[in-house]
Design a protein around this ligand. Structure first.
Ligand SMILES: Nc1ncnc2c1ncn2[C@@H]1O[C@H](COP(=O)(O)OP(=O)(O)OP(=O)(O)O)[C@@H](O)[C@H]1O
Length: 437
């Protein structure tokens, strides 16, 4: 599957962290009981499904997308907190996909994670001092005095001053913001060069969120850290990040500088996400794009572009010219006919004749009584007659053939839409006559 890669065009750059075709699939029937009940299955949750991406040295990179799109799994697999099921990982230019022993230990010191929940992520039985010192002990860093000094230094780096006052405290004695700073101090103790911050502020009170985010910014500048921030909050990522990658169902669909993602998103999925971000200027004329339906099951992925079942800009079949909203409505109806989900008996009940029933089907899907494109309307009319005559297979055949869209057949290529912006969407196929308006 082709992906938005985030690679720079000239190809001369080396990356701090790079993943190539990274995959993390979780088996579905892992329990013995479900294996016995449902039989062996090679089905998998394709949480990360062939992602290629390079994070530049010193960069702040944001990962966004709806819940369940694979952001956390991508982040954790990239730093091998989860073992990938496919692909390659490079750190500072060295492949670490299968690294073990001293090599993986070195990498684990370099790449640290900061968890979302400051209430769950600290051990309540450890004092701040013990909690921050633990990784230094585990990795056998320096002498006892050096470890001691390092603990106090990181407590202060994380903005907890004076360090001596915080060191003997237990988590229960700290506020949410202070706990998050302790988590940050623990991650900094090993002097990492890379941080993965998974929703680092989402559990915090709004009043202290900004100070934690400022701390991350300051640490990145002062310590030269490279960081990946995972968040649902595009405004937060715009504030924090140089570039943003948008994930949908295990794939990266767009990668671009943060400003461009927010001000001029290219992928229809990004456009929908961005349209729901509240604007500073409420008078600004921007249409809110409603995303219909849920994120599909990552076990049973849609063919072609995974976003096509929800995409408001799904490409129209060649030779027809629809109003785009009507086309989207026709696609929804087509989907249900193909799935055998349109029941003619239920529709016929309480209706005088087939004509009234056909209109009722159109109405249920927001398809107008007559499509402006007469040829398309004839196709739909014939298909609905087939449905009502009980010939669902014939209806499915005609709709499948006549209303085929390039969005439903893959692979979907990634296009360099501007010198800095990449999107995996057929709208940007140069060879195809699809309109962008
Ligand atoms: N250990 C696991 N076993 C099976 N499925 C998993 C596991 N971890 C994650 N998943 C599935 O993988 C998909 C991606 O999950 P992930 O948590 O990476 O998404 P996310 O974008 O980070 O979501 P959120 O924003 O809610 O944290 C989801 O369908 C999730 O249910």
């Amino acid at each position: 599957m082709s992906e938005a890669t985030g690679r720079v065009v000239d190809g001369s750059e080396t990356y701090k962290l790079e993943v190539e075709d990274l995959e993390k699939h979780f088996p579905v029937n892992s329990g013995i009981v479900s294996r016995i009940l449902r039989g062996e299955s090679d089905q998998a949750v394709r949480a990360v499904d062939g992602v290629s991406l390079g994070i530049r040295e010193g960069e702040a990179f944001g990962l966004a997308g709806e819940s369940g799109c694979g952001k956390t799994t991508l982040g954790k697999s990239a730093i091998r907190l989860l073992e990938p099921t496919g692909g390659k990982i490079y750190f500072d230019g060295t492949e670490i996909t299968n690294a073990s022993g001293a090599e993986i230990n070195r990498f684990r010191r370099e790449a640290q994670i900061i968890h979302q929940d400051p209430y769950q992520s600290l051990n309540p039985r450890f004092t701040v001092y013990e909690w921050i010192k633990e990784p230094l002990d585990v990795h056998g860093i320096g002498t006892a005095e050096e470890r001691d000094a390092r603990v106090y230094e990181t407590i202060e780096q994380a903005g907890l001053k004076p360090a001596e006052a915080y060191a003997p405290e237990y988590p229960s004695e700290l506020s949410g913001g202070e706990r998050q700073r302790v988590g940050i101090a623990r991650a900094l103790a090993l002097e990492p060069s890379f941080l993965l911050a998974d929703e680092p502020a989402s559990m915090l009170d709004v009043s202290i969120r900004a100070s934690i985010l400022d701390l991350f910014k300051r640490l990145q500048t002062d310590l030269g850290l490279t960081a990946v921030y995972i968040s649902h909050d595009l405004s937060l990522l715009k504030h924090m990040c140089d570039r943003i990658g948008i994930m949908y169902l295990g794939e990266l669909v767009e990668v671009a500088p943060a400003d461009e993602i927010i001000n001029d998103p290219k992928h229809p999925y990004t456009q929908a996400l961005v349209s729901s971000v509240p604007r500073i200027d409420p008078d600004e004329d921007r249409e809110r794009i409603e995303l219909v339906g849920e994120v599909p099951d990552p076990v049973d992925m849609p063919s072609g572009c995974r976003f096509h079942p929800r995409c408001p800009r799904i490409v129209q079949p060649e030779g027809y010219d629809f109003d785009q909203d009507d086309w989207r409505a026709v696609v929804n109806l087509r989907r249900d006919v193909l799935a055998g989900d349109v029941d003619p008996e239920a529709i016929r009940r309480n209706r005088d004749d087939d004509e009234a029933s056909a209109l009722a089907i159109r109405d249920a899907y927001d398809v107008p009584d007559r499509l402006a494109d007469a040829a398309a309307d004839d196709v739909l009319d014939a298909a609905l007659s087939d449905v009502l005559a009980g010939d669902s297979n014939d209806a499915a055949d005609v709709l499948r053939r006549e209303f085929a869209t390039p969005c439903e057949s893959g692979p979907i290529e990634t296009h360099q839409v501007t010198p800095t912006q990449e999107a995996a969407c057929v709208l940007y196929d140069e060879d195809e006559p699809y309109t962008l308006e």
